[in-house]
Design a protein around this ligand. Structure first.
Ligand code: SF4
Length: 309
């Protein structure tokens, strides 16, 4: 009998039962500024031990990490196996207080991330999920219990974009973000703007209005696209387009809007939504907390900021 893997390339149906092929198989690891995830309102200015495996449940034509996300374990020669306790030990040895599952989609090594995140909690460490949000409710609830902060990619705000460019659907992603938010977990959102595909004023406004319907204080990161992988017929995103997205989101009422890949400190720094005081200054990946009290209030006007220090 022919045994096949699923679209993710990392699960096999053997005799009617699905088996993971990548439990504990690590493709890359690094210590990153947490701002690189991006998470701007969770442990700012810290560095986090970050890991990935191979495979993905989506097929984004613009995937920046396609070398690991679009291959299965049989096509990747550098996988190394780590037991959960070995990974925690390594993170600690590198001086990290947390672990980020990132670079490719963490959902696809669910069992492993669950075990690592549980152990991280026991070891007084935190866990971060950088995810496409393409996950069913049951496993999301299971993992969310042990994850402290999420960054969810909203790749576009039309179903057409998801079907044509990412190989998925929009609704499940929105449901995931809504669920994570309703659980009271720390949530930030990333929207990569691609010229001509997801950059219309209407689409950006609808996205911002949807975020507002959850909460005005969810940090939103608009990022610039660079031609890559199978999406090389599009130019890089003009700076004026991300500025337009920023203005739309602020006009809709979002309090914390950031721009990625523009390297403009005024669009990367955090300001008090009430009095405009500079709270966190970011220049490239140099982050300085300048206007916050130890318990996350604006030093100038006392407003409570949605931030975990
Ligand atoms: S969801 Fe992320 S990792 Fe997966 S293909 Fe898309 S961009 Fe790549």
């Amino acid at each position: 009998m022919m045994v096949k893997t699923g679209v993710c390339r990392v699960r096999k149906n053997i005799g009617g039962k699905l088996y993971t092929l990548i439990y504990g198989s690590v493709s890359s690891m690094a210590i990153d500024p947490i701002e690189k995830k991006p998470l701007f309102h969770y442990k700012p200015a810290s560095r986090i031990f970050s890991v990935s495996t191979v495979g993905c449940n989506l097929r984004c034509k613009h995937c920046q990490n396609w070398e690991i996300s679009q291959v299965g374990p049989e096509n990747f020669s550098h996988l190394r196996d780590f037991k959960p306790k070995e990974l925690i030990k390594l993170a600690k040895a590198h001086g990290s207080e947390g672990i980020a599952f990132t670079y490719n989609e963490p959902t696809i090594w669910h069992e492993y991330t669950l075990d690592v995140a549980k152990l991280a909690k026991k070891s007084k460490m935190y866990s971060v999920y950088v995810t496409n949000g393409y996950i069913n409710e049951e496993p999301l609830l299971e993992i969310a219990e042990h994850i402290d902060a999420f960054n969810i990619d909203i790749k576009g705000f039309t179903d057409e974009f998801y079907m044509k460019i990412a190989g998925g659907r929009l609704a499940p992603v929105l449901r995931s973000a809504e669920l994570v938010h309703s659980l009271g977990k720390h949530l930030e959102l990333t929207y990569l703007i691609i010229p001509g595909l997801n950059d219309s004023e209407e689409e950006l406004r609808k996205f911002a209005e949807w975020v507002l319907s959850l909460s005005a204080d969810i940090p939103v990161h608009f990022s610039r696209f660079y031609p890559t992988y199978k999406l090389t017929d599009r130019p890089e995103t003009p700076i004026k387009t991300v500025h337009k997205a920023y203005k739309i989101a602020k006009k809709v009422g979002l309090e914390y809007v950031y721009l990625g890949n523009t390297w403009e400190p005024e669009y990367e720094s955090t300001y008090c939504p009430k009095c405009g005081n500079l709270l966190i200054e970011r220049v490239y990946y140099n982050t300085k907390i300048v206007g916050l009290t130890d318990d996350g209030h604006c030093k100038k006007c006392g407003t409570k900021i949605n931030i975990v220090l």
